[in-house]
Design a protein around this ligand. Structure first.
Ligand SMILES: [Zn+2]
Length: 131
C-alpha cells in the first residue's frame, strides 16, 4: 500500500516512514503501477495520496531525505513527473471520492500517531497542514 502521508510535514515522519514513503512512491507508484494504469482510487479515498499534487509531495519527501543526510540513489526524473501528471489527467475521481480524500488527509496525523511512536513524538498536533 502506497502512503505518502499527505497532511503531515515531512519532518514529522520518522526515518522509517520517510524511507517507506519514498520507496513506495518511486519504486511502486511511479515505475510499476502508473505505467500499467493501475487504479489508485482506493489510495485517494483513504488519504494515502493527495491527488491534487503528488509530484510536489514526492519532491518534499526527497528533500527531507537530503536534509537528514540519507542516501537515495534513485532520481525522481522529469519523465517520472510526466508519467504521474499524464496519469492524473486520465484519472477519474468522483466528487464523493474527493471529499473522502480531504477528510482522510485531515485524519492522517492521528492515523500515523496510532501506528508509530517515533512519528507520534515528532507530530505537531497544533499545526493544521491540509491545503
Ligand atoms: Zn514512523
Amino acid at each position: 500500500m502506497v502512503n505518502l502521508w499527505p497532511g503531515i510535514s515531512t519532518n514529522n515522519l520518522c526515518d522509517k516512514h520517510l524511507n517507506a514513503a519514498i520507496n513506495e512512491s518511486l519504486n511502486l507508484f511511479v515505475r510499476h503501477h502508473l505505467a500499467r494504469s493501475y487504479k489508485i482510487n482506493g489510495w485517494v479515498r483513504n488519504g494515502c495520496v493527495d491527488a491534487r499534487d503528488i509530484t510536489s509531495r514526492i519532491c518534499e519527501l526527497l528533500f527531507e531525505m537530503k536534509l537528514r543526510d540519507k542516501k537515495w540513489n534513485y532520481d525522481f526524473t522529469d519523465n517520472d513527473k510526466i508519467i504521474i501528471c499524464d496519469y492524473f489527467k486520465k484519472w477519474e475521481c468522483s466528487e464523493k471520492e474527493f471529499e473522502m480524500m480531504i477528510v482522510a488527509i485531515e485524519n492522517n496525523k492521528n492515523k500515523l500517531a496510532n501506528r508509530c511512536n517515533a512519528c507520534k513524538e515528532r507530530i505537531d498536533y497544533n499545526k493544521l497542514e491540509v491545503k
